[in-house]
Design a protein around this ligand. Sequence first.
Ligand code: GLU
Length: 500
Amino acid sequence: MISEKPRVRFAPSPTGYLHVGGLRTALYNYLFAKNRDGKFILRIEDTDRNRFVEGAVENLIASLKWCGLEYDEGPDIGGTYGPYMQSQRLEIYKEHVKELIAEGKAYYCFCTPERLDELRKEQQAKKLPQAKYDKHCLRLSKAEIEENLNGGVDYVVRLNVEPDKKIVFDDVVRGHIEFESNNVDDQVLIKSDGYPTYHLANVVDDHLMKITHVIRGEEWLSSTPKHVLLYDFFGWERPVFAHLPLLLNPDRSKLSKRQGDVAVEDYRAKGFLKEALINFVALLGWNAGDDKEFYYIDELIEKFSLDRVNKSGAVFDLEKLNWLNAEHLRKKTDEEILPMLKKEIHNITEESTDINQQPELQLIKNRNFDDEYLLKIISAMKERVSFVREYLTKSPYFFAAPEKYEEAAVLKNWKPETPPVLQKLRDEFSALQNPGKEEYENALAKTAEGLNIGKGKIIHPLRLSVSGISTGPGLYDILVILGKDEVIKRINTALEKIKV
Ligand code: GLU
């Protein structure tokens, strides 16, 4: 009997990074386990030695941990059913496959690559839908097998799929599924290097690790009949299967690197918040049955269920991710954003192009700004940014005096009569003691009145002088944050630099 509390696993092959599709699989497993007080297990499926990538496991674990998907058992923390790296379980697979061989459910195959190649070509010439092994070695006598084994002939072990059968199973997402056994190849279970294939290792481990629900991407659906046969051959209870819909590019092709980033670490490097990424990925193939789109992980845990996972492919919509990032960032308190902004200032590098376009920002790398000052900037800019980095790129003037002035705004607002007006304003400002918003506003109004001009004739050139650009938060907020001395300094610099 499958126990009440589920045990689920994320079982990636370490390819070098955590794919967003992998993150979705890991997340759904995690949510399902947490929702039902079960266990979430990380198992590394590293039996394909040709695809070994140095550092891949560490990388994968780092990405999972960054996302907050803590597992209960795994290669680095152990657990009752370890080891959790398949390369450390080779003996277990060998023992199990011996059992199948003894019962005629698997068999040794000594066919050479050349023979298999020929077979494949023959079948292609006959236009058969798929290449299949012809069970040649199933007909070998015991003596022939012994002789080959003793003679050290290379071999693989194959699954003995019985012809003309229906293989049926139920999938929580896709419903009742039937495969013809005639379309299922005699899958290799043990390769010539002695390593198991994915199919054997996966089934043996899911059984030994007491996995109750196999939740994985749809691309594994076509492997499931082989797995189902293995469960039946071993006489084991099958887990519940749930195959998650494909992730698609906006043009509905399969999500690929060519159309954008697919690695979690790329999104992290671009400044996406883990909360936003988790929220976004959770909605790729699942919804709670309402229109709600903003979620924290606790609420996802509470609401998640496999029967609300969709069949149809889920489109990876980067605009939605951007929107969620902005929403999650805005929901943070100014104090929460403060260390993130400091880190961003510390991390300015030449590679980051948006910052590179603003040379003044290169100058502030590693500079220390006091917390009080940064908190004022956060509060003024919060509604205007979607990424922490944008505090720098959208309002560089809070961190360094403008190096240049927006050309279109100069043309529009800087007139021959502007300099004397600004000089007058500067003198009004100079006379102020510790000015706040109101004092600046009054001084500006007084200047306009004295010169008998509209306030707009002062406001726009003043904004340009202090910030270099024509957009941003309220002008008086900017003045208060910068402080009187800096404001006057910037007016003087603009008077020197801007020529029309
Ligand atoms: N190792 C497979 C992968 O890389 C696991 C598939 C499964 O969950 O069964 O995705």
